[in-house]
Write a protein that binds this ligand. Structure first.
Ligand code: XMP
Ligand code: MG
Length: 186
């Protein structure tokens, strides 16, 4: 696919082939680790909207039975600054109690979002709870959160595409690009 690169994108950080190769590796690991479970024992929860592409690509490469569900969060922060206050605006429809739950998130920045999610889901008595996260910015980390399946570590730049957005733009680019700082600073 040849999608033109928008002016606001400075450079491509991860192209389609790199992303798909890594997603396949993560899917293989997950398929091995969750082998033997029945469909209703393994629940994969995607965090909207950012994880929707990663979730779709990851789950269709799994060779083990699983169910999918989604949640949506709202942070009180605007633009690129995270404050640490997160709230759930859409919850799962499937009850997580007793199920092996894998949370699928787009990116770990400060870590506040994922630590909130882990606390929230742990309180619901899942059989187990793990996380799959496509990207992590280690330089930005404020709270330590365990990622069981990590795609890539990236530098402290704002990234868009493959589900990630800037003010709801660039979300459906097939690659992950670094946004020009002038786009969010000026
Ligand atoms: P925290 O700081 O809670 O943030 O770990 C995680 C959430 O912040 C958003 N985020 C980004 N979204 N490009 C994006 O499109 C980025 O570079 C970026 N960095 C953080 C994202 O919503 C994630 O769930
Ligand atoms: Mg977002």
């Amino acid at each position: 696919m040849n999608v033109p690169i928008p002016d606001s994108v400075e450079h491509i950080l991860l192209d389609e082939a790199m992303i798909q190769q890594r997603v396949q590796q993560l899917a293989d690991l997950i398929s091995t680790d969750y082998a033997g479970l029945r469909n209703e024992e393994f629940l994969i929860v995607g965090v909207l909207k950012g994880a929707f592409m990663f979730m779709a690509d990851l789950t269709r490469r799994l060779t083990v039975p699983h169910q999918v569900d989604f949640i949506a969060l709202s942070s009180y922060a605007d633009a690129t600054e995270a404050t640490g206050s997160v709230r759930m605006i859409m919850d799962t429809r499937i009850n997580v109690a007793g199920r092996h739950v894998l949370i699928v998130e787009d990116i770990l920045d400060t870590g506040y979002t994922l630590s909130y999610l882990l606390r929230t889901f742990a309180a619901r008595n899942p059989a187990s709870l793990r996380t799959a996260v496509l990207l992590s910015k280690p330089e930005r980390c404020k709270v330590k959160v365990t990622i069981d399946y990590l795609g890539f570590e990236i530098p402290d730049v704002w990234v868009v595409g493959y589900g990630l957005d800037f003010a709801d733009r660039f979300r459906t680019l097939p690659y992950i690009g670094a946004l020009k700082p002038s786009t969010y600073q000026g």
